[in-house]
Design a protein around this ligand. Structure first.
Ligand code: 13P
Length: 391
């Protein structure tokens, strides 16, 4: 503990706040209490804050390529390739060795297989990333399973053995982690599912920080459903308030986390689509109500939006300064055009890498609020929503 003394502020939240004196009313008298930074100074705290800041750096965001083998298989199948380790390696090599990627990408989320994998020339993927000043990250959750006692909802597994796995991932070069759980609006969501999602994320975040990994906190509110944008806002506010409650309860250092929210949009089957300005307004309203400015970065998921839609929405959110770095951590919205350009053929690798650079650059501009959709291809405009999508 870096500070010898500190004061708990109230019974429901164990959050500690900055080094200052302040007056607080207790009955008729006013007392002065000293409170001190930080929440909890683990041995990695300074490093976590630095890592989070590096990832949340201007004009950069995250390339998410942490598909499980099964999901990566679906990506490969879309271009007629078998789901073999060699094909997964070839695809990830194409992505991670793209020259110039580090200008737009600050972090890459890997699946365990890729963290330990080498390129065909025998270089660790982790080293390819480091050479471009891209921070290697790792998906640490073990996927979703049915949540008994709920409305057919799910919960996310992976806490067992997480501390030792995280320490091992750190030794192999990972510096941040991702845990994705989901909340379904059409299924309720039930109070149980929201609480379980929030608690799991908070336990994971505390364990990650204890082992030197910056946790990306991702309660994905699925696009599935025909609900309105107002309903999404209501659910998102509820989910994030629970998430922050339990993050605080678990003494997570807010300066050393990153968030990966869904944008606040109407359900995919709602009769009307929302404009980027409307999505930005609702999403920023939700974030400003729920996310403390101590959090360095908000890295959105794309969730089945088209490449262009995800970029336009991000751009709309960056038209005025925000309390946090507002950026991207896209999988589908960065990979779709790349796969189409590649088609599994060695002679298309350069074209596919150029396609990745193009999307990464578009999102980099959107992070800076300077993107224009002029000249975007028809492919970039195609939605990628899949009902009941599993990651
Ligand atoms: P997309 O929704 O952008 O496909 O990715 C979700 C995710 O969690 C990737 O890490």
């Amino acid at each position: 503990m870096a500070c010898a003394s500190f004061t708990k502020l109230n019974a429901t939240s164990s959050q500690w706040i900055g080094q200052q004196s302040f007056g607080q009313r207790t009955g008729s008298s006013s007392v002065t209490r000293r409170v001190s930074l930080p929440i909890r100074a683990g041995s990695y705290t300074d490093e976590l804050v630095k890592t989070a800041k590096t990832i949340a750096s201007p004009g950069r965001g995250i390339l998410a390529i942490d598909e499980s083998n099964a999901t990566c298989g679906k990506r490969l199948a879309s271009i007629g390739l078998d789901n073999t380790e060699t094909n997964r390696q070839a695809y990830r090599q194409l992505l991670l060795t793209t020259p110039g990627l580090g200008e737009y990408i600050s972090g890459a989320i890997l699946f365990e297989e890729t963290l330990y994998q080498l390129t065909t020339d025998g270089k660790k993927f982790v080293d390819c990333l480091r050479d471009q000043n891209i921070v290697p990250g790792i998906k640490v959750d073990k996927g979703l399973v049915p949540l008994p006692g709920s409305n057919n909802e799910s919960w996310c597994q992976g806490l067992d053995g997480l501390a030792s796995r995280s320490a091992e991932y750190y030794n192999h070069g990972a510096r941040f982690a991702k845990w994705r759980t989901v909340v379904s609006i059409p299924s309720g969501p039930s109070a149980l599912a929201v609480k379980e999602a929030a608690w799991g994320l908070a336990r994971y975040a505390a364990i990650s920080q204890d082992n030197g990994l910056v946790p990306i906190v991702e309660p994905e509110i699925l696009l599935d459903g025909d609900h309105s944008i107002e309903r999404t806002l209501e659910v998102a506010e509820k989910v994030w308030s629970e998430v922050f409650f339990y993050l605080a309860e678990n003494n997570v250092v807010f300066e050393g986390i990153l968030l990966k929210p869904s944008m606040v949009t109407p359900g995919a089957e709602h009769k009307e689509k929302a404009s980027p300005e409307t999505v930005a307004k609702y999403t920023l309203t939700m974030l400003k109500r729920r996310v403390p400015p101590a959090v360095p970065g908000i890295m959105f998921l794309s969730g089945g939006q088209s490449e262009m839609e995800a970029t336009l929405n991000l751009n709309a959110m960056n038209q005025a300064p925000n309390p946090w770095h507002v950026s991207f951590s896209y999988a589908r919205a960065l990979q779709n055009s790349v796969l189409k350009a590649w088609q599994g053929l060695p002679e298309n690798v350069v074209a596919a890498q150029n396609s990745l650079l193009e999307r990464a650059k578009a999102n980099s501009l959107a992070q800076l609020g300077k993107y224009s959709a002029e000249g975007e291809s028809d492919d970039a405009k195609k939605g990628m929503f899949v009902k009941g999508y599993t990651y």
